[in-house]
Design a binder for this molecule. Structure first.
Ligand SMILES: [Zn+2]
Length: 320
């Protein structure tokens, strides 16, 4: 994020100084208006990228019943899952630290029970940002072994996370919580979005929280920098498809609660794009030429968020 921010600012300053030079001699009012418009047009995508992140006051945090004792909390960042019942509360992910108060208010609108466990679906900051705060309140944090390792090392060149945010219980084989009258199966899936991806299956409530291995907002998001892979994405989606019955509800990392058809659709779109990229590669195209050929242009209106987190994963799968 830091290098990208610097890049945008450098680019912005460069364009602004060129424009100032070309506008020399123009009426002052016109020059200022033009510069302001230029600044806004350049700044818009940058603001969009950071949308909501620094403006916590404007984020609405809402809670929605899913099935049985399972709820979904929406705000900014990854969808939070919650189990509520006689044993207390399990949370799945916690978005960003500055939203913790609003998240707690949403939880307390449903239950006064203690938060006993906090499960992290993977290491990204929009899913684990509140870890230290919920741990301080007494929640035991559970995550994949790889999540703890990446937090201790720091991701994308950032410093390690505060020790209080690290998972206390880690695993790389399936585990179960017997809680609120049902078995909650927590198990790793092949490296899809990251190498620390897990699914949480509320077996009695018939609900799966799939983290960012499943989303309804766009193409699969493969974070190759954190161990995500194309093949793992297919395999992880297949696990969800095989596990889900016709009435099973899937909570995605981002997007809306769905049924298995949505996971099938996401898997199929991944296979479709993989095939297109493979065909261009077979013609001898470089990665840059493949990007320039816009192989997904007909699909982008529906699926086009974060191609930069999708095509590299496919390219690596085909060339590694
Ligand atoms: Zn993520």
């Amino acid at each position: 994020m830091e290098s990208r921010t610097t890049g945008v600012h450098v680019r912005l300053l460069a364009v602004l100084s060129i424009s100032t030079a070309t506008l020399l001699g123009a009426p002052q009012a016109f020059a200022q208006a033009d510069l302001q418009a230029l600044y806004e047009s350049l700044q818009a995508p940058f603001n969009l990228q950071l949308a909501g992140r620094p403006q916590w006051d404007t984020v609405d945090v809402t809670i929605h019943h899913v099935a049985g004792g399972i709820y979904q909390i929406r705000g900014e960042g990854g969808n939070i899952g919650m189990s509520v019942g006689e044993d207390g509360i399990i949370l799945i992910d916690d978005q960003f630290a500055p939203l913790s108060e609003k998240i707690m208010a949403a939880i307390r609108s449903v239950s006064d029970a203690p938060i006993r466990f906090l499960i992290n679906t993977h290491v990204h900051d929009d899913h684990v940002g509140g870890n230290a705060i919920f741990a301080e309140m007494g929640a035991t944090i559970i995550a994949h072994d790889r999540v703890r390792i990446r937090m201790m090392e720091g991701i994308r060149g950032n410093p390690p996370l505060a020790r209080e945010a690290w998972p206390v219980v880690t695993f790389s084989d399936p585990i179960s919580l017997h809680f609120n009258g049902e078995e909650v199966r927590i198990f790793p899936v092949p490296p899809a979005h990251t190498d620390g991806d897990i699914y949480v299956h509320f077996t009695g409530s018939n609900v799966l929280h799939l983290g960012d291995a499943f989303r309804t907002t766009g193409y699969p998001n493969i974070d190759t920098g954190n161990g995500g892979t194309y093949q793992g994405t297919l395999d992880a989606l297949q696990i969800a498809i095989d596990l889900a019955g016709p009435d099973t509800l899937l909570i995605p990392g981002h997007g809306v609660v769905s049924k298995r058809e949505a996971a099938i659709e996401l898997r199929d779109i991944a296979v479709e794009v993989h095939g297109r990229v493979a065909a261009l590669l077979a013609q001898g195209m470089t990665y840059e030429e493949i990007i320039a050929a816009k192989p997904t242009i007909d699909l982008d209106p529906r699926w086009g968020s974060r191609l930069d987190r999708f095509l590299p994963g496919i390219y690596l799968d085909l060339t590694d």
